[in-house]
Design a binder for this molecule. Structure first.
Ligand code: BG6
Ligand code: MG
Length: 220
């Protein structure tokens, strides 16, 4: 296995923990305050997008000035940060901790590739920051998902070729980014679309070896 796949790169929000819900609730509150119609379904199109790109989706063509945009983004972030107050290791999604440990035991490098500027704070609260060999976040690159830059930057930190790495994502933008970067892709959850090489309901019922076998069988 090791000579084929050398690393696993994980998105954070919606893959390792359910903070995707807190991002949604933050934007929903901004939308409600501003009288902009917004739904959970519309939010799915925002998954994985940067704060700025998420605002653009929320606005649906409405024009606001830069000061107002900055104010809304800051307020959304304040709501998001407040919702992080009580998260702890119990908020890891099912199977995540065992899966990470099993990947490391199998000799794989593990990394996070998250668009969020809050990624390190969340990883620290989940008490998994020290597990990762590299963390790419919203400060690492300029072009965000669906551009491949973040995953390429993170793979570079690991010194691993994208063709030997697997990206785990819950967002269509994230799968598109990883596909464009030349990674193997695993899509998790209901909103991820059908562009990933492999779709799984969660990380709870699989081992790293099984994931790699399924991916390599698909590419045979
Ligand atoms: C991604 C989330 O991980 O991070 C998006 O999926 C979010 O919903 C993006 O917009 C940026 O996060 P932050 O914390 O920098 O606003
Ligand atoms: Mg995500």
């Amino acid at each position: 296995m090791a000579q084929d796949i050398q690393a696993f790169l994980f998105d954070l929000d919606g893959v390792l923990t359910d903070t995707a819900e807190f991002h949604y609730l933050g934007w929903q509150r901004i939308a409600d305050e501003q009288g902009i119609p917004f739904s959970r379904e519309e939010n799915d199109a925002m998954r994985g997008l940067s704060r700025r790109d998420s605002l653009t989706v929320l606005l649906k063509g409405r024009v606001i000035d830069e000061a107002t945009a900055n104010d809304w983004m800051a307020r959304k972030n304040d709501y998001y940060i407040a919702s992080l107050e009580h998260i702890s290791p119990k908020d890891l999604l099912p199977g995540v901790h065992d899966f990470l440990l099993a990947a490391k035991s199998a000799g794989l490098k593990v990394a996070v590739g998250s668009a969020s500027k809050n990624a390190r704070v969340v990883l620290d609260k989940l008490d998994i920051l020290s597990l990762f060999d590299a963390v790419g976040d919203g400060y690492s690159i300029v072009n965000n998902k669906p551009a491949p830059d973040l995953f390429l930057w993170t793979a570079g930190r690991l010194n691993v070729n994208p063709g030997r790495a697997v990206v785990f994502e819950d967002a269509q933008a994230g799968v598109a980014a990883a596909n464009q970067g030349g990674f193997y892709t695993v899509g998790l959850g209901d909103a991820v679309g059908d562009e990933a090489n492999l779709r799984l309901p969660s990380l709870a019922s699989v081992t790293p070896h099984q994931v790699i076998d399924l991916l390599l069988a698909g590419h045979a």
